[in-house]
Design a protein around this ligand. Sequence first.
Ligand code: WAQ
Ligand code: MG
Length: 263
Amino acid sequence: MTQLYSIRMRAEQQALHVSGAEDIVSAQDIQASAISFITRALNHAPEKIVITMEKLDTEPIRLPLLPLVTCNVKTTESAHSAVRTLLSSLKICDEAVDTAFSLIFNDRTVAGAYLIDADSGQTLRLRNSKAIVRVSRFGLLDSIAEELQDTLNKHGLTHHRVKEALTLASKVCSSDAVVAELCVSDDPNYTTGYVASKKFGYVRLPHIKKLGNPQGGRVVFLKNNASLSIVIKFLEKTPVLFDTIPEMKGVMDLDEITGSCNS
Ligand code: WAQ
Ligand code: MG
């Protein structure tokens, strides 16, 4: 096997996370990757940039990316109602959804995802505080990276966030323990979020928050019998490389998205 490395970047400004990125690359590509991550970090005028490069000691598992669709919503109210419809179609209880909204839409930001039990709505805890998982060690196979960006560009999805969020969500949803993930960017200028699940794929939701709102976050909904330590270990540590270009469906109405999967 060619020796692969996990490469990760995070940049901070006044101890706050302002930029981050990650990939899995071969030894020969690690330098180019580091340069592009540093360039990206510098756009945020950070006080501190941390680059981590780590040899992988296991071969990454190969997985397909989730199919991508954009839900036709025009207001924040309808985006939130679409989130509720999607999550309840996945049998996630209302309490879990309410808790997710309150963890995401508040003025505290954390550098990871909260974990919620989809059946009870409980926020899962580790050592007396809310469990927070930083999803890591995922990347795109070299041979698909460019084609994926081209395909996204054709759908007008040119922002690097889309590719990165799709990849992260595809790792999250590949776990048997995961029912869905809900994400809202904490960037005040980026108002599209998503609900990702094996059942409906990566469903983009424009207007999930109002322009200028700095709130955001991620929540992963787990099955009731999931082992917290196994899920966290998988999300943080197991290397995953995505190797196929997913289906991209453009903009669809919510009932088409849920209806097309009801069989
Ligand atoms: N693992 C777990 N949680 C993370 C990670 C990670 N690697 N990175 C960020 N988060 C959490 C953290 O709480 C952030 O506050 C929150 O997610 C949002 O992060 O299709 O840009 O980097 O148009 O602001 C999604 C929509 C964009 C893309 C997501 O998230 C599209 C985004 P951000
Ligand atoms: Mg951010």
